[in-house]
Design a binder for this molecule. Structure first.
Ligand SMILES: NC(=O)c1ccc[n+]([C@@H]2O[C@H](COP(=O)([O-])OP(=O)(O)OC[C@H]3O[C@@H](n4cnc5c(N)ncnc54)[C@H](OP(=O)(O)O)[C@@H]3O)[C@@H](O)[C@H]2O)c1
Length: 449
């Protein structure tokens, strides 16, 4: 209906004319203040009350919701593929045997550098939360769990999923932290020390008087292996590392630090020990495995446990991957017999024997309590700084373990790494520029290759 039509349709009622002899109107009924049940006002009031109740319930429900920060790998590639997400969730219903742990520190491993590039076969496809180790406080336990309780400080391990604030996992994948151990130390123990311990003692049967070549000697596994070598009398450690780290690793127990970036480490070792070494721990792969094998003394053992040579920067370098695999050492058993040498492979991710796994962790915690091992923490980064943490490893700057902290960074917080403090001022000023340069250089290099 148009506005113009309206007046014509509004017919006014004719005015009522009051006559003189009409009876007076009946008195109005006494005012009834109570509204009848079904009156519109009562219905409105009822609705209001229901809405308020609903809101209250909703609020109570929201108060029960948990929030958890998580680092999610959203695809393979550079640092930008890692996103910090905040999940809001109802308190999880724990399955029998499970606990929920609020993590306070998580370990960064070389495996995650590989995983981000799609080179770690045990990592499920993205989107996925990476991280294989952490430490924190038990926040909830399933009814049947009797050996863990709320408030326990624990070390926790899992195949992945550990780079988040709240993690639900089987109680048997948690281990009580010894008194005095910091959360950072606890997160630095499992992967590095289990790997080093099992290789040195279960496989290579390290004994007094032996010599060991440890590559990446200043890294996480490297410092763990060096410390474990110190638990056996009279072991000589040859350790390759960037030159700036030599003083620190010498103090940590490396007998002969070698700068593999400017020197031929094979020649350097032969100068000191013409017969070679008894044990080679090889995390590099490719041509370095050949060198390591040739360096073995008769009855010596090389343990292949990594392929770091595949990695040259934050993004996948297919040429480096191809080169490393092309140069993999391949021998037949007849040759091994003739050479009187052993080659062994180690991958912690495929150790499924729980007794062996747990037994080794308990041995390591005992060594910690005795003061024989102590994780060296290189630096700690909050989740939002994960790119800086990974960059530190890619740029070969870390001495010891790099740790990730789930709690948000406070704006006034000082840097926690020894070296970082000095570097930070300069780094902050040039970070944006240099990151762009790095990426450009990497892309140019990949294209050239
Ligand atoms: N098989 C297993 O179960 C297992 C378990 C844990 C670790 N690993 C392997 O052990 C090795 C060490 O792991 P991690 O977690 O302890 O790491 P990490 O040693 O802390 O790694 C970083 C350090 O490695 C050295 N490095 C040598 N080649 C490198 C490269 N291509 N890119 C970056 N850094 C390189 C650098 O120090 P320098 O320049 O000073 O040497 C760097 O500071 C890795 O190969 C890893 O895959 C294997």
């Amino acid at each position: 209906m148009s506005g113009e039509e309206a007046p014509t349709q509004q017919q006014e009622e004719p005015e009522q004319v009051k006559k003189a002899d009409d009876p007076p109107p009946p008195p109005p009924p006494a005012a009834d203040t109570s509204e009848p049940e079904s009156s519109p006002a009562a219905v409105e009031q009822q609705q209001q009350q229901q809405e308020e109740k609903k809101k209250e319930e909703q609020q109570q429900e929201e108060e029960k919701l948990l929030s958890s920060r998580a680092l999610v790998l959203t695809g393979y590639g550079g640092y930008e593929k890692l996103k910090l997400q905040v999940k809001t969730m109802k308190p999880p219903r724990l399955q029998p045997g499970e606990v929920m742990v609020r993590l306070r520190a998580c370990g960064l491993n070389f495996a995650e550098l590989l995983g981000k590039q799609g080179l770690y076969e045990l990592l499920p496809a993205p989107p996925v939360v990476m991280g294989m180790e952490g430490s924190g406080v038990v926040e909830a336990v399933a009814e049947d769990v009797k050996d863990r309780k709320v408030g326990d400080r624990v070390i926790a391990v899992n195949r992945c999923d550990m780079w988040q604030e709240l993690v639900v996992l089987p109680a048997k994948r948690t281990y009580p932290m010894p008194e005095g151990m910091s959360f950072e130390e606890a997160a630095a123990i499992p992967i590095n020390y289990l790997t080093a311990y099992m290789m040195l003692f279960e496989m290579a049967n390290l004994r007094p008087g032996k010599s060991v070549l440890i590559h990446m000697a200043a890294g996480g596994v490297g410092t763990a292996a060096t410390q474990l070598c110190q638990t056996v009398q009279d072991v000589t450690v040859f350790g390759t590392a960037s030159a700036s780290k030599h003083e620190t690793i010498s103090q940590g127990g490396v007998t002969h630090p070698i700068d593999y970036r400017t020197k031929d480490y094979v020649a350097e070792i032969r100068k000191i020990s013409p017969k070679g070494v008894d044990i080679v721990l090889d995390p590099l792969g490719g041509s370095d495995t050949h060198k390591g094998y040739n360096l073995l003394k008769p009855l010596g053992m090389l343990i292949a446990f990594g392929a770091a040579n595949c990695v040259t920067g934050q993004k996948k370098n297919l040429l480096a991957v191809a080169k490393t695999w092309y140069h993999q050492l391949s021998l037949n058993t007849l040759k091994l017999m003739q050479h009187n040498k052993a080659i062994s492979g180690f991958h912690l991710g495929y150790i499924t024997d729980e007794e062996l796994y747990d037994g080794t962790i308990f041995k390591l915690l005992e060594l910690y309590k005795q003061g024989k091992i102590k994780p060296r923490i290189d630096s700690c980064y909050h989740f939002e700084e994960v790119a800086d943490a990974m960059k530190r490893m890619h740029e070969r700057q870390n001495i010891g373990k790099v740790i990730l902290l789930p709690e948000p960074k406070k704006s006034e917080e000082k840097p926690k790494s020894n070296a970082e403090a000095a570097e930070n001022e300069e780094k902050n000023a040039t970070a944006a520029v240099s990151e762009k340069k790095d990426e450009a250089a990497e892309e140019v290099k990949a294209e050239k290759d």
